[in-house]
Design a protein around this ligand. Structure first.
Ligand code: NAD
Length: 253
C-alpha cells in the first residue's frame, strides 16, 4: 500500500523538488498537485488550480498533503485538510504567531507536522548547538544564514528555530539583526545576519567565540532535494498518526 499525497505549490522551487522525489519512491504516490498558476505538468504530474483544492481533497482522497507555499496559503490549505480529515505536512516559513495558532487549530482535527527545515544535517546541527552553548558559557554567539535571492522571509525559519534553541540552552538573549554605524556588541546579545544571493539552497553558521578561541558550526544544503526527501519521509510517517501537532525530530527518532 502506498501513501498517497496531495502536493501544493507544485510550480514552486520546493513543490517541483517534492514531486521529483515523490515519483521516484515506491512507498508514495501522487494523488494530485495544485498551484495558483496551474498549466503544464511538473515531473509528469498534471498541475491543477489551487481553487479546486477542497474538491480534489474530496475526490482524490490523499492520505497527506505536502505544502511548501506561502504563510497565507499554508493556513488555508491546512484548514481545508482539517475539514476533509487529511494529514498535513508543511515546511512553509514566515508564519506569524497567529498563523501558527491557526495551524495548531487544524492539528486538533488531523495530524499536522511543521518543520522550518527538513534536513537531517540541520537536525544534527541543532543538537550540536544545544550542547555547545552551555559548554561555552559566556562566549559571544553570531548566527549567519544565506539563501537564494528570491527568499521572502528573513531571518530564515531555520535561523529562528536555532535562535530558540540558543535561548533554551542559556536563557533568552537579545537578538541584534545586522549592525550599522556605532554599534558595539553588548554582553549576551546574539547577532543575526541574513544574506541573499544567487541560487543558494540554504546555509546556516553558528559562531561561538571567546577565551582566545572560536567554534563555527556550519550546515550547507547542496540542493533542495534534501528538504524534499525529509518532507516525504515526514509524510510517510504522518500518514497513520492520530490528530495532533508533530515535529520532524519525532520522524528522525
Ligand atoms: P517558491 O516561491 O519557489 O514557490 C512557492 C509556491 O507557492 C509557488 O508555486 C507559488 O505560486 C505558491 N504560492 C505562494 N503563495 C500562494 C498562495 N497565496 N496561494 C497559492 N499558492 C501560493 O518558494 P520555495 O522556494 O518553493 O519555498 C516555499 C516555502 O518553503 C517558503 O516559505 C520557504 O521558506 C520554505 N522552505 C522550507 C524548507 C524546509 O525545509 N522547511 C526548505 C526550503 C524552502
Amino acid at each position: 500500500m502506498t501513501v498517497s499525497l496531495g502536493v501544493t505549490g507544485a510550480t514552486g522551487r520546493m513543490g517541483g523538488e517534492v514531486l521529483a522525489a515523490a515519483v521516484d519512491r515506491d512507498d508514495l504516490s501522487v494523488a494530485f498537485a495544485v498551484s495558483r498558476s496551474p498549466g503544464d505538468e511538473v515531473e509528469g504530474v498534471a498541475v491543477e488550480g489551487a481553487a479546486d483544492f477542497a474538491d480534489l481533497l474530496a475526490s482524490r482522497a490523499p492520505d497527506v498533503v505536502v505544502d511548501f507555499t506561502g504563510p497565507g496559503s499554508c493556513i488555508e490549505y491546512a484548514s481545508a485538510c482539517a475539514e476533509a480529515g487529511v494529514g498535513f505536512v508543511t515546511g512553509t516559513t514566515g508564519l506569524s504567531e497567529g498563523g501558527f495558532d491557526a495551524l495548531r487549530e487544524s492539528a486538533s482535527e488531523v495530524p499536522v507536522l511543521y518543520a522550518s527545515n527538513f534536513s537531517r544535517g540541520i537536525a544534527a546541527l541543532r543538537r550540536a548547538v544545544r550542547e555547545a552553548v552551555p559548554a561555552l558559557d559566556g562566549y559571544d554567539i553570531e548566527l549567519t544564514e544565506t539563501h537564494h535571492n528570491a527568499k521572502r522571509d528573513a531571518p530564515s525559519g531555520t535561523a529562528l528555530t536555532i535562535l530558540d534553541d540558543i535561548d533554551e540552552a542559556r536563557g533568552e538573549s537579545p537578538r541584534v539583526h545586522g549592525r550599522e554605524g556605532e554599534a558595539p556588541r553588548s554582553e549576551g546579545e546574539v547577532g543575526v545576519h541574513a544574506r541573499r544571493a544567487g541560487d543558494i539552497a540554504g546555509e546556516h553558521e553558528v559562531l561561538l567565540a571567546g577565551n582566545h578561541e572560536s567554534l563555527s558550526l556550519t550546515h550547507r544544503a547542496g540542493s533542495r532535494g534534501v528538504f524534499a526527501a525529509g518532507a516525504l519521509d515526514a509524510a510517510a510517517w504522518l500518514s497513520d498518526r492520530d490528530a495532533g501537532w508533530y515535529d520532524f525530530t519525532e520522524v528522525l527518532e
